[in-house]
Every structure is written in structure tokens, then in C-alpha cells.
Design a protein. Structure first.
Length: 242
């Protein structure tokens, strides 16, 4: 995640989904944000800011409209407060900590020390998503730290998965530009998580972005799946499961 993405269309879609998951009767009482915050760059990513609310969450829409001039993920501290979410614990200790590939191990050690109890939604928000499955592709990327920092590694996912035995892990995944390959790539990413969570992995997909959810808890995952199916149907998204 970069602060320059804050409040853009993808951010709106992302947090409308998160709020829907948190509000549904899924027993979730904690939202832990692991943003993998990286430095801004000179690309035009994050510039799509003209969008309508549609059927998505109105409170998220109005909050992002009101804070458009301050592109800072720490703004979510004000949104996920006791006034809006009286029964929710929001863990945001890493929302002002810069992430880099060189400091990856240290960063994820901090992440595992967050006060995450049962029934939490734990959100990993890398710039791109899970590392490529192709070993040669990843080898080329890992030699460039500024590119490698955009990915969460399998070892990172394994580390976090061991801390969320009765919680839900959510991961942001950017898909390649070729729309015809979106379904295949989305299925690959679900299988990547199934290594740690078995059949308990599912996702919703909107254009070139996939939001993956996985849990060790069968009952909790089933409730998440039900919420995702409805959210996908209401918002023109694609629901997929392992």
C-alpha cells in the first residue's frame, strides 16, 4: 500500500468490502491492518478519484470524499473509531511504519507481535500481492528490492497464518493486465493460500483486483463465504473458491 493510493477507486471498493465483512454476523470483533506501506512513486497509480457510490457503503464513500486532500492511511483510525464501530478493536500499529524488502523479516516479526486474538479480520495490503508462482519470474524480481517490496512472500503468509488460527486473513491481489488470464491467475492465488489453509480460501474479484480470504476455522470461513457471495452479487463482482 502507498499513501498515494488512499481514497482512489480501488481503495473505495476495498474498504466497502471490508466494512461489509465486518458488519455481517461473522463474529469478527477485531480488524488488524498490516499495510506493508511503501514510499510513493512517480506513477499515475491512485489517480482514479472520480467514482460514484453505487450500491457500496455510503459511510466509506462519504469519509473518503471528505478526506481526499489528505492522502494518508492513518485516516482510517478516525473511521474505525468507537463511534462508528462500538464493538470493534482496530489494530493499526503498523500504519506509519515503512516497509521494505530489506527489512521484511523485521517487519513481519512486528506483525506477529500485534495483539491479535480470535475472531479478527487481518488484512495484508501489498502493492501487488502474493509473490509469483514461477520461480524464474520471482528470481528476476527479488534482485530488485524496489520491486520485491511490492509482494508478500509465501513465508510471510505462513508466519501470519500461524497467528490467526481462529481468525480470517485477507490479502489484496493485483492481477495482470490481460483480462483473459484473470480467472486463471485468481485460481492460482487461491491455491497458493490453500497450502496453509486447505480448502478454506475464497475471493471476490473486481476488474483486475482480487480480494482473498482464508481461515483455519471452517465455520468462520463459511460465514465469510456467504457474505462474499452476497457482496459480489450486489456489486457486480466475481466470487471464487478453492
Amino acid at each position: 500500500m502507498k499513501n498515494q493510493y488512499y481514497g482512489d477507486k480501488r481503495d473505495f471498493i476495498k474498504y466497502s468490502l471490508i466494512v461489509d465483512v465486518l458488519k455481517k454476523p461473522s463474529e469478527l470483533s477485531t480488524f488488524a491492518f498490516i499495510p506493508m506501506l511503501t514510499k510513493p512513486d512517480k506513477t499515475k497509480e491512485g489517480n482514479v478519484r472520480a467514482y460514484e457510490c453505487g450500491e457500496r457503503d455510503k459511510k466509506v464513500y462519504e469519509f473518503l470524499r471528505a478526506t481526499q486532500d489528505n492522502k494518508d492511511i492513518k485516516n482510517w483510525r478516525d473511521f474505525f473509531n468507537k463511534a462508528n464501530f462500538p464493538n470493534l478493536k482496530y489494530i493499526h500499529k503498523l500504519d506509519d511504519v515503512l516497509f521494505s524488502h530489506q527489512e521484511r523479516y523485521r517487519y513481519f516479526q512486528k506483525a506477529t507481535n500485534l495483539d491479535i486474538k480470535d475472531n479478527a479480520l487481518v488484512f495484508l495490503d501489498p502493492d501487488i500481492g502474493i509473490q509469483p508462482e514461477n520461480a524464474q519470474t520471482w528470481q528476476r524480481i527479488r534482485n530488485h528490492p524496489e520491486k520485491a517490496e511490492k509482494y508478500v512472500l509465501q513465508c510471510d503468509v505462513k508466519l501470519i497464518s500461524e497467528c490467526v488460527k481462529n481468525s480470517v486473513l485477507m490479502i489484496y491481489q493485483h492481477l495482470q493486465r490481460n483480462r483473459k488470464k484473470h480467472k486463471t491467475q485468481a485460481e492460482e492465488k487461491l491455491r497458493a493460500l490453500s497450502v496453509f489453509f486447505g480448502v478454506n480460501a475464497s475471493s471476490v474479484r473486481c476488474d483486475d483486483v482480487q480480494y482473498i480470504f482464508a481461515s483455519h476455522n471452517d465455520s468462520l470461513q463459511q460465514k465469510i463465504n456467504n457474505t462474499l457471495k452476497i457482496h459480489a452479487s450486489d456489486n457486480g463482482m466475481t466470487f471464487e473458491i478453492v
